[in-house]
Design a protein around this ligand. Sequence first.
Ligand code: Z57
Length: 798
Amino acid sequence: MARDDPPKSGIRDAILWHLTYTLGKDPDHAQLFDWRLALSHAVRDRIVDRWMESARATRRAGARRVYYLSMEFLIGRLLQDNIVNLQLADETQAAVDSFGLDYRALLLDEPDAALGNGGLGRLAACFMESLATIGCPAHGYGIRYEHGLFRQSFAAGRQVEAPEDWLVQPFVWQFERPEARFTLGFGGHVATHQGKPVWEPESFVQSEAFDVPVIGWPGNWANTLRLWAGRAVDPFDLSRFNAGDFTAAAEAEALARTISRVLYPQDSTEKGKRLRLTQEYFFSAASIRDILRRFEGEHGDLRLLPRKVAIQLNDTHPAIAGPELLRILHDERGLPFDEALDITRACVNYTNHTLLPEALESWGEGLFSDLLPRHLQIIERIDAADARAHPDRRGGARDQGRVRMGELAFMLSNRVNGVSALHTGLMKTTVFADRHRLHPDRIVNQTNGVTPRRWLLGCNPRLSRLICETIGRGWIADLEQLQRLEPHVADDGWLGRFAAAKAANKADLCDWTLREHGVALAPDAIFDVQIKRIHEYKRQHLNILEAIALWQAMRDDPGAGWPTRVKIFAGKAAPGYVLAKQIIRLINDVAAVVNADPATNERLQILYLPNYNVTLAERLIPAADLSEQISTAGKEASGTGNMKFALNGAPTIGTLDGANVEIRERVGAENFFLFGLTAEEAEARRLVPDHAGRAIAADPRLARAIEAIRSGSFSPDEPDRYGDIVANLTGADYFLVCSDFADYWRAQRQVDRAYADRDGWARMAARNLARSGWFSSDRAIRGYMQDIWGAQSLLGRE
Ligand code: Z57
């Protein structure tokens, strides 16, 4: 080993080089951790040249850049993704083997970067990967949370939250950018100088940039994910230190760092906290400054901005970026207000991810003007202009003393998109009905997608190998080629190999649950999986009610030929969401009783795995037989987990909600277990007096399952434990669990019968795979590029 240059040719030599010279470790004494960091450095080296070349190509082309602003990037582990996209998987595995190390264990040693809550954050991560794969010049902007989403464990079945601290370990993928620092103001007041308003903030914070390169498949293009961290302008007050007040001396730094300290753990609920608005402004304002600085370095005239810059707001969380851009253009660069407004609107677009009223952001004007006094004035002006332009409008960005971020984002956007066809249609008839009337061309649909590199090639090597052996490697960058598998589905030999890949994935999962959780699963059972955030609208309680009813039916009629079923749950509840936490506890309580019942536990097992994250999803999805997508119709904007399951050959049992509708259209109704009310029927059903009571009276199975919960069968030490859930189900039942139960039961029994025919099931599963190509995030990103951003690929292949 020579000190010279880190070898670029062979990954094996590069690992040894970094182990020695970057980590200072003798290979004889290196731990898994050291090897993992050495490998990460070796991989990182192979990204950097292409990364710089991509940036140069973008500058040369003077191309329009896309800026994806998101409070969340749920990136998970990056080492395997980077290895896969650089096409280094085989070589790396061989190198790691030659050191006598376990390749999988090495990959799993990396902390899972949980800078997001769920679907919205994971979508942003998939989009970053697709943007790089397509070669679209793009930057992601987000927050470098010191603590990502909390770690979940269970104590006697109840969720316990512990802080997550991924940054305690060195994060190899980041490059610190001290030069890209901005000073951002907060609070204060608006003064008038020479007749012009001037914001005089009361306090200042600095934004520090950390860049993470995102390499696309097959390694030809890399974009940047820039994450901001809060720093004090003057980190240390020497005079206070000298006066003996050591804590106060570092107070400014502690305060500034608080901004990027922790990810808010609410998914689809808004809490209106001051620190949250501070986070939103902090990262939006830093990003806008960065965008303008880059633009002004390359072009001059601000009126060119819309031709060079497309900003995408991932939900309303970064919506303050609109008023901030407008403020800089008008107050600081001196453009007339109306022109600044037009330029802003020509640059900005907004993605809506939910119709749930509790998730729609609004801020009290008191809090808002306290933190952003000038922005409130600007919003008043935008709103007044809108009111003048549309005298018959129903509502504006300000309403009853609150600033409504959805309305604001809509007014400041060129395009507003929904995330599935159904959701986009509902946007037009519900939350944005009046806006849609005024701007009939503004709302467009872009159905979500997922990256096949992580969610098939990376997480399911067995299935990927079979696909490659069957149709080559074109599908990796062009997922619709999976259709070419279709003729092979009728070939018994091929179908056997397909089924064998699933069986082997299931066996792996069984090994893991035994090793990690001491649970022995039946490997030939139906692996029935519901993994997602816990929310009433997602109806994990519908699933557990069905499990209770199934258990009772098995006890009644043990000889009825029940197929073996393993029901797997995973997902976190927001710490303050009491009912969601009760649902978790109920599932764990039911699991304890059912799993201990010798009369049924050969046929039914229930497992709630703790700490659901990207890594666990990558483990579970390839091993799933059945994908539970059972939200109340009209409530799940899209879903993206649903796509990952279909792509890994797991048929869906689901409602006509979100992207389920489009999945069913594509995989075929005969390969999808449909049940439940439609969105329209659900609305109507809510108006039926005592709809829950009627459903319970009409279905003895449902009545008995609820009664078991109510009477304390699963909580004998505290029979009343689930009083709130029972009251909810038997009372208002807003999410229509009772109304959908009977049809869900019917669909589950249809699953039982279908699974009994193993070949038939395998064909159904294979058709889900072959027909899911459209759900690639590459397709989604191409849609955004064409219909929203007007952006072009800079790779020769389009
Ligand atoms: C979030 O993960 C989603 C919506 C939100 O409003 C917030 Br806040 C967080 C999810 C939707 O619930 C999913 O249906 C959707 O697939 C996902 O966003 C990505 O669009």
